[in-house]
Design a protein around this ligand. Structure first.
Ligand SMILES: *[C@@H]1O[C@H](CO)[C@@H](O)[C@H](O)[C@H]1NC(C)=O
Ligand SMILES: *[C@@H]1O[C@H](CO)[C@@H](O)[C@H](O)[C@H]1NC(C)=O
Length: 319
């Protein structure tokens, strides 16, 4: 009877493997700022120019758009030099002791170079071109010939390239009042945090400002993730730390965003682990960019004032 049972059990196992979703499918909701636009608008997967459901008549007839001011992040980028360095460190540890999941990951080609240092990826150019086309489709009257278009960017390479890709997305034939539109660099406007002395002193250059982040890195939730990943990789847990595990998770998100693939790095993490690592990143953004310190939001007043002054002016001039 046992012999007759065996093939059936095998068949059940094969079936189970077939219906398992790809490892990243359950994780991509936890990628934070590394999430793809497709994550929030799944219609983009089948049509990159989709405006989403009900986008057609979004403006009431009594409403005439006068001006559009948008603050956009850069498109999909490569990892920073620091992230590439940490990934290289983790990968070379695996090369030395390939066993278990480490063997598959040791075979993974480490193709990131430090020189990529946060630059815009080809996918990032497509992100921006398609974003421009979707915006133009949403506000055809504003993106018509002879309207004024101004693009401002920080001096970051990825942001300048994003601005250029956005302009390209609007097409070569659109004539914005003669001169070709240049991306205007203004770091005091677009990187207001770097220019705020109080923010730099109290937050950016102050190690104690991130104490909650460091406490979480050493806490029980992270410890559990570290132990699980160490055991999957057959590494002693002392060889791992929160930063190395975080870069492995980031690589899972980068490979999906940049190359549209489910990386073997994703297989190290369960959805529970992803929640812990998402929280770690959220915590950092909360204290460094968000509500954590009053000066974080106050430093952005320069940009917000600029936005509202221009909107007020557009209304004033329309009267
Ligand atoms: C940058 O933007 C600010 C705020 O709008 C403005 O006051 C300043 O003149 C701009 N600087 C340059 C170099 O354009
Ligand atoms: C990304 O991969 C999915 C699944 O393999 C595929 O269906 C889709 O067409 C790819 N998207 C792009 C933009 O290449």
């Amino acid at each position: 009877a046992a012999a007759a049972m065996a093939p059936r059990r095998e068949a059940a196992l094969v079936l189970l493997l077939l219906v398992l979703p790809p490892a990243s499918a359950g994780l991509s909701g936890y990628f934070g700022t590394k999430s793809r636009y497709e994550e929030v608008n799944p219609h983009l997967l089948s049509d990159p120019l989709s405006l989403g459901p009900g986008a057609g008549g979004s403006l009431p007839a009594s409403c005439a758009p006068l001006q559009l001011r948008a603050v956009l992040r850069h498109g999909t980028r490569y990892p920073t030099a620091g992230q590439v360095r940490r990934l290289g460190e983790l990968h070379s540890r695996l090369l030395r002791r390939a066993a278990g999941a480490a063997a598959a990951l040791a075979d993974w080609p480490m193709w990131y170079e430090e020189s990529l240092d946060g630059r815009l990826a080809p996918q990032g150019r497509r992100d921006m071109e398609q974003l421009a086309r979707r915006m133009a489709a949403r506000f055809p009257a504003l993106f018509a010939a002879r309207r004024r278009l101004a693009l401002a960017s920080s001096s970051k390479h990825r942001c300048l390239q994003s601005g250029a890709a956005f302009r390209r997305g609007l097409g070569p034939t659109l004539d914005f009042g003669g001169d070709e539109v240049e991306v205007e660099v203004n770091d005091s406007l677009m990187r207001f945090f770097d220019h705020c002395a109080k923010f730099v002193a109290l937050v950016e250059d102050n190690d104690a400002a991130m104490c909650q982040v460091n406490t979480f890195k050493e806490g029980p939730e992270m410890k559990k993730v570290l132990e699980k990943v160490a055991s999957a990789l057959c590494l002693p847990v002392e060889e791992l730390n929160a930063d190395l595990v975080q870069v492995a998770f980031l690589t899972c998100s980068y490979e999906l965003a940049i190359k549209n693939v489910t990386s073997p790095w994703c297989s190290l993490f369960s959805e529970e682990d992803a929640k812990v690592l998402e929280y770690l990143n959220d915590l950092k953004q909360y204290w460094k960019r968000g509500y954590g310190y009053d000066i974080n939001s106050r430093s952005s007043c320069i940009l917000f004032q600029d936005i509202f002054q221009h909107l007020d002016k557009a209304v004033e001039e329309s009267k």
